[in-house]
Design a protein around this ligand. Structure first.
Ligand SMILES: Cc1cc2nc3c(=O)[nH]c(=O)nc-3n(C[C@H](O)[C@H](O)[C@H](O)COP(=O)(O)O)c2cc1C
Length: 111
């Protein structure tokens, strides 16, 4: 799944970060809007997902993960639940700024 995602994303200029925490995936996907929408359609129609929810959409000038066709972390590498507890951050729903800060830290640690 990660290899397929990376290959497809790299081919169309998408980057981002994916974090798995127990059975929940948090994903940041960035790039040209039409490609983001197409990838999102693929992800949404993938029946390995029970419930896909968009937490935020934004237009940006710069990417947050320019060198990652899809960075990846899980709760064993760094737990989002622990991070949220340490930062007094809500998780239901999570704040987008918190998820981005968390993923940026994870990506920096893997560089
Ligand atoms: C958690 C998760 C994240 C995924 N992320 C991406 C992604 O970033 N880009 C992508 O092209 N496919 C991603 N996929 C795979 C798609 O759901 C889909 O299986 C894949 O794009 C192949 O689609 P196709 O058979 O319609 O070509 C992800 C799948 C899962 C389960």
């Amino acid at each position: 799944m990660l290899a397929t995602s990376r290959r497809k994303n790299a081919a169309v200029g998408l980057t981002g970060f994916l974090h798995r925490e127990s059975d929940i995936y948090y994903q940041w996907l960035e790039g040209p809007e039409p490609e983001v929408l197409k990838a999102f359609d693929r992800i949404r129609s993938d029946d390995r997902h029970g419930d896909v929810e968009v937490l935020d959409r934004q237009q940006t000038e710069t990417r947050s993960f320019p060198t990652w066709s899809m960075g990846y972390g899980n709760s064993k590498t760094t737990s989002l639940f622990d991070w949220a507890a340490d930062h007094d951050a809500p998780l239901h729903p999570p704040r987008v700024s918190d998820v981005l800060a968390f993923m940026t830290e994870c990506a920096a640690r893997q560089e």
